[in-house]
Design a protein around this ligand. Structure first.
Ligand code: AMP
Ligand code: GLY
Length: 422
């Protein structure tokens, strides 16, 4: 099979690495990809949000399947674009259509969905300029801290958690005035949930589903979970506190009603559902849905899957998941993200990365790199996710950190405490 994978991050490098292991794969095209994916398949330097360019690549390589890595092409409707084009309509796409992608593309849509299907989540109120007074009085009814979320996609930056009520009210106004552009013309105010977070991944064909390994990611830039939010500084799978009893609850109260809710709403959905959960006491609540895999979670989830991943995606496309049993590896996987100094604020790119080929006991997944005059250089805030496996978390982490020591670039930074809370 010839597969086109859209995206350019560590998630896509990890997906490419896993797909490459399938005997069914004859060719992998990654668009635009990075210096890491260039060693696995053919990179095509296009913007995944430029659907005409995606079409050209799809036809040029006569692909048999497309896998969409990031959310933006999905929210913009790349799946619908394929379905509506006679030359592309027969190509299976892993990823939901525009309607299903609203689970991530609109916080209000996803909250409404959860309430209608009785899926545990924080209480909320959706506010625009037209009903701002209701929003302000909703804040008065809530206890500190206050959670304000831009309704639309805001590159992971659209959530504010504020202690002071007056500041919360003034930020609500700022958001409605366009603090996050059109994404915050509508704001969802939420009750604050106090607990520990984890990410659960489901692959569905629209009615049946398989649950992939769960993971915990570390979002803050600083040690001990301090400082600004990032895309993710590291991840671990499995998650020790997600024991059998807890995961049974997650299945019953969250995963099952989510997939049957999509089915009940007649939302065709073939793709990943990333459920961001928080464990409050012993109970799971949904913080958010994403319609793609997580990054850097994919960099630990892929090394934990034993099954042929392309076969799994094929079963998804053919609606055969009902009869599919996924197999996992027993080991623990960890990843440590090496980032550009300054990230998630201003940082420099184009720094030469050395030592990659001296890493022996770990998998350096490229997150933000490109090839320049035959050299691998940094090309983003998150640069390399160093994944490793071991009999336990300690062993895997030691390998990740050893790998990260071997790889060098100017002003590299990483968190040395991934897993500190487990
Ligand atoms: P989101 O983009 O919805 O995942 O929110 C980003 C982060 O904000 C989450 O990973 C949580 O750490 C935090 N967060 C979001 N909503 C809540 C909530 N209702 N209570 C507590 N923390 C939250
Ligand atoms: N690591 C969180 C995300 O991919 O959204």
């Amino acid at each position: 099979m010839k597969v086109l994978l859209l995206g350019s991050g560590g998630r896509e490098h990890a997906l490419a690495w896993k797909l490459k292991q399938s005997p069914k794969l004859t060719q992998l095209i990654i668009a635009p990809g990075n210096a890491g994916t260039a060693n696995i398949g053919i990179n095509e330097n296009i913007d995944p949000n430029d659907f005409e360019a995606v079409k050209k690549v799809a036809l040029k390589h006569e692909i048999d399947m497309m896998v969409v890595g990031p959310e933006e092409p999905l929210v913009r409707g790349v799946k619908d674009f394929f379905l509506n084009d006679p030359e592309l309509a027969s190509i299976p796409v892993i990823g939901p259509g525009k309607r299903g992608a609203q689970l991530e593309g609109s916080k209000e849509f996803s909250k409404d969905f959860m309430f209608r299907y009785g899926i545990p989540t924080a209480k909320y109120k959706s506010v625009t300029k037209a009903n701002i007074e209701e929003g302000l009085s909703f804040l008065d009814e809530m206890k500190s801290p206050y959670v304000l979320k831009a309704d639309g996609l805001a590159a992971g930056k659209g959530v504010l958690i504020i202690n002071d009520i007056d500041e919360a009210k003034s930020e609500l106004k700022n958001m409605l005035d366009g603090k996050f552009g059109a994404a915050s013309e509508k704001v969802v105010i939420e009750e604050f949930l106090d607990g520990i977070e984890l990410s659960v991944f489901v692959l569905t064909d629209g009615s049946a589903y398989v649950v992939l390994p769960e993971a915990k990611d570390y979002k803050r830039i600083g040690e001990g979970d301090t400082g600004l939010n990032t895309g993710g500084m590291g991840a671990i799978s499995p998650v020790p506190f997600a024991d059998e009893t807890f995961m049974k609850k997650v299945h019953r109260k969250i995963i099952h009603p989510t997939i049957s809710g999509l089915y009940g709403d007649e939302v065709p959905y073939k793709g990943f559902v990333f459920i961001g959960l928080i464990k409050v006491g012993d109970e799971p609540y949904v913080i958010e849905y994403n319609v793609r895999m997580g990054d850097p979670e994919t960099e630990v989830v892929m090394p934990r899957i034993k099954s042929d991943f392309l076969e799994l995606l094929e079963a998804t496309a053919a609606k055969r998941l009902k009869d599919y049993t996924i197999e996992f590896e027993d080991h623990t996987a960890t990843t440590v993200m090496m980032v550009s100094g300054g990230y998630p604020e201003a940082y420099e790119k184009g720094k030469e990365i050395t030592g990659l080929d001296q890493v022996t006991d770990a998998l350096p997944f490229h997150a933000g790199t490109k090839l320049e005059d035959g050299k691998v250089v940094s090309n983003g805030g998150r640069v390399i996710a160093v994944s490793a496996t071991g009999n336990d978390m300690k062993e895997a982490l030691a390998k990740s950190y050893k790998g990260a020591e071997t790889i060098n670039f100017e002003a590299k930074y990483l968190r040395s405490d991934i897993g500190f809370d487990l």
